[in-house]
Design a protein around this ligand. Structure first.
Ligand SMILES: CC(C)=CCC[C@@H](C)[C@H]1CC[C@H]2C3=C(CC[C@]12C)[C@@]1(C)CC[C@H](O)C[C@@H]1CC3
Ligand SMILES: C[S@@+](CC[C@H](N)C(=O)[O-])C[C@H]1O[C@@H](n2cnc3c(N)ncnc32)[C@H](O)[C@@H]1O
Length: 379
């Protein structure tokens, strides 16, 4: 065994052990608020500290390098503490989507997933990899929509357990399998998958060539990779303090070591050998209802009465209410220590995302479709 393999398996063992300590061994049956309230309190305190240890407001190279080096534990800890809040506020698909007039929240989320599956050319019976699969919301939808088989890869043990539990509950266990792993060094053999997709996940990579290179390796020659990438737009100027502040809010609140410009992502795809067949920022479509509307608190955008509850939870007032309730519960010892810090960090995320969306400095839906050449020339 090489020392790197030893380090990796030791890290995995520690993360799995910590997950059981933090969330217990009955993961899945509880979600949102009830899961949040049943955490082990001292482990939760440790998880919050681990997530926030590199986020001290600094954006100099040294601080940035620390976050890049710590990407694995940093992201693992981030999702240990935010997953229950995500589920409570957003559902089981952890991504943004475009909205048509009159379209409800869940329909818009599902359509965004169908569109990616369509662009990836996923067919019935295909073996597909979902990179950074969350708790499996998109994989369930795409498996039902296309009839394909999906392996979901995720670095967060809590989410992997939840995703497998959800698949079983939906009777999709024959089509879906969720496994623990780091997308920067995957355990799969070369040329395994017919198609690969990633939704708002690869932005957690310290270097995009790392994750795209692994995707290229495990994709069959002639196979397609489709991704909704989080990037800063061409308008972003790293030396502009206001721009950097918005990017930092997105980084800290969303557990991302470094937000890269769209061109960096496009170059990275090409550098690892992909032919990029489509690069389109879907946030640039002239939508009447902006993709970031649920976080704005602007009632005029709510499309159906059924969306009011979701809208309240995601809106400015709703978020303040959640933070206050969490603060009270923490004060009374019902919620674990550090929980308010998490809701405050999520608030920063929401503020940065809306500012980035309004100013068009940021997009969570830079769609790239890329093909691995048939001659597999870069492997
Ligand atoms: C982190 C990445 C790459 C993607 C996640 C995208 C979104 C699903 C999340 C980004 C900010 C999140 C917030 C919430 C839900 C999930 C996001 C929209 C909340 C609305 C959850 C409930 C909390 O009380 C407030 C959160 C604000 C941020
Ligand atoms: C915002 S969530 C998106 C989840 C899912 N794609 C969805 O749309 O519901 C980002 C996901 O990427 C995963 N992730 C982050 N870094 C990772 C890594 N190094 N290896 C594997 N998964 C990772 C997180 O654990 C999380 O599940």
């Amino acid at each position: 065994m090489t020392s790197t393999t030893q380090d990796t398996s030791e890290l995995r063992r520690r993360q799995a052990q910590f997950t059981e300590e933090l969330h217990g061994d009955d993961i899945g049956s509880k979600s949102g608020l009830s899961a949040f309230l049943s955490k082990n309190k001292s482990a939760q305190k440790e998880a919050v500290a681990k997530y926030l240890r590199n986020w001290d407001g600094k954006t100099d190279k040294e601080a940035e390098n620390r976050r890049l080096e710590d990407y694995n534990e940093g992201t693992h800890s981030y999702y240990n503490v935010v997953t229950d809040f995500y589920e409570y506020g957003w559902g089981t698909s952890f991504h943004f989507s475009r909205f048509y007039k009159g379209e409800n929240f869940n329909a818009s989320v599902a359509r965004h997933e169908h569109y990616l599956a369509y662009k990836a050319g996923i067919q019935e019976g295909d073996l597909v990899l979902d990179v950074g699969c969350g708790v499996g919301g998109p994989a369930s939808e795409i498996a039902r929509f296309t009839g394909c088989n999906i392996v979901g890869l995720n670095n967060n043990d809590y989410q992997v357990a939840k995703a497998n539990w959800n698949a079983k509950r939906s009777n999709l266990q024959n089509q879906l399998q969720f496994v623990k792993g780091d997308f920067m060094s995957m355990d799969f053999d070369d040329n395994t998958f017919d198609k690969v997709y990633a939704i708002e996940a690869t932005c957690h990579a310290p270097k995009l060539e790392g994750v795209y290179g692994e995707i290229y390796r495990v994709l069959k020659p002639g196979g397609t990779f489709a991704v909704y990438e989080w990037v800063m737009s061409d308008n972003y100027d790293e030396s502009n303090a206001e721009h950097r502040r918005i990017a930092y809010e997105i980084e800290v609140g969303d557990g991302i070591p470094k937000m890269y410009p769209a061109q960096v992502a496009r170059d990275a795809l090409k550098n690892v050998g992909f032919d990029v067949t489509l690069a389109r920022d879907l946030a640039e479509e002239q939508d009447e209802v902006p993709w970031y509307y649920p976080l704005t608190g602007e009632w005029k955008y709510v499309q159906t009465i059924g969306d009011l509850a979701t809208f309240f939870r995601t809106s400015f007032i709703g978020r303040k209410f959640t933070t206050f309730m969490v603060y009270l519960m923490e004060l009374l010892g019902i919620a674990p220590q550090g929980s308010t810090k998490v809701t405050l960090a999520l608030e920063e995320a929401a503020v940065g995302i809306v500012a980035g969306g309004r100013s068009k400095l940021f997009t969570p839906m830079m769609l790239f479709v890329a093909r691995k050449p048939n001659d597999n020339k870069h492997v």
